[in-house]
Write a protein that binds this ligand. Structure first.
Ligand code: TXA
Ligand code: MG
Length: 319
């Protein structure tokens, strides 16, 4: 396995062929890098669970190139889901819908619904189009990290995280740094109104401004759908994460640029706004591990919008 730098059309077509043949291809999306496999190939999907060391009952997101392919995977699609898909796809949003027969138990974790996303990153788009042209129906792609660890937002981070578990013929497509930086918003569309299972760049406000019905934010007690990202410890670096406390000299520190660096702390990131905070959060956590820091102090952003998703990831990294 190797990182492929120049993603020409030929390179992407080859990668699509690898997927069709049952290989694994890590690829960039606008949220984080995904580890892709042919969603209808049970053996290829099994390898994803192995490489990630992920429990088998945790369902995967099927990636397709456009809304045109949605009917293959989902049925009984409510009107509000169509409205969301037309507005925010391609983009950082995943919809959970009742599944068709194509969505087998080995990708849904035996649930009767399936998660679908249309990513907007040009390399992801071209890979999915090529894959569909070559006869594929969809690509499952969890974040390209070991289970419970930080999602990679560039190709080097994928190699560091998964390189030793991949085969020589597997591929990592290099598409630079992911623009959004945190995983897609997951919206459960199997009830009479949307329920946000995982917050992301498509915010509650964006959903409510579009629809005449209000969305509900996840109620983890009532929610019966399994969402690995909703386990307490997730997105965790090796360093221990502390919130709103004062670091000692030699500890890592992440906060908006308006916060000065406490004396002796190692500044890992100084994002100027919430969008940049999301974009650099995971690479800053990876940097802490590269520097073998034991403790990282983070001042989470306040307010609504994408700040909710950033706080969610920081909280999970800190458990
Ligand atoms: O931004 C993203 O969504 C990235 C990129 C690569 O597309 N993918 C990603 O996949 O974050 P993963 O597997 O790391 O996280 C997928 C989340 C998990 O929390 C999983 O439980 C949830 O999606 N999920 C998948 N299928 C589901 C389903 N049928 N019902 C509820 N949640 C589901
Ligand atoms: Mg993940």
């Amino acid at each position: 396995m190797r990182i492929i730098p120049g993603c020409t059309s030929d390179v992407i077509a080859d990668a699509a062929t690898s997927l069709i043949m049952g290989g694994l291809v890590a690829f960039p999306t606008e949220t984080v890098y995904g580890l892709g496999a042919n969603a209808t190939n049970m053996d290829a999907v099994a390898r994803i669970y192995q490489v990630k060391n992920r429990p088998v009952n945790h369902p995967l997101i099927v990636h397709i190139s456009s809304i045109e392919h949605l009917d293959k995977w989902a049925r009984a699609i409510p009107e509000f889901a169509i409205t969301l898909a037309r507005s925010y796809w391609p983009g950082p949003m995943t919809l959970v819908l009742p599944r068709t027969e194509l969505a087998k138990d080995f990708i849904t974790g035996n649930q009767d619904n399936v998660a679908i996303r249309v990513p907007s990153h040009p390399i992801a788009q071209e890979l999915l189009i090529q894959f569909e042209v070559q006869g594929g129906a969809g690509v499952v792609a969890p974040s390209a990290n070991r289970f419970g660890k930080v999602s990679p937002t560039n190709a080097e981070a994928v190699l560091r995280e998964l390189g030793q578990f991949l085969h020589v013929e597997d591929k990592i497509l290099n598409g630079g740094s992911s623009q959004v930086g945190i995983e897609s918003t997951i919206i459960d569309c199997t009830n009479d109104r949307p329920i946000i299972l995982r917050p992301g760049a498509i915010t509650n406000e964006m959903i409510n401004s579009l629809l005449s019905i209000e969305s509900n934010v996840l109620n983890s007690i009532k929610n019966k759908i399994k969402v690995p990202g909703s386990l307490n410890s997730h997105y965790a670096p090796n360093a221990k994460i502390y919130l709103s406390e004062t670091p000692s000299p030699g500890d890592g520190f992440i906060a908006l640029s308006s916060f000065p660096t406490p004396l002796g702390a190692i500044r890992l990131a100084s994002p100027v706004d919430h969008e940049e905070f999301a974009r650099i959060l995971y690479s800053a956590l990876n940097l802490a591990d590269k520097k073998s820091l034991k403790k990282v102090y983070i001042i989470p952003p306040t307010g609504s919008g994408i700040a909710i998703a950033i706080r969610d990831r920081i909280k999970k990294a800190s458990c």
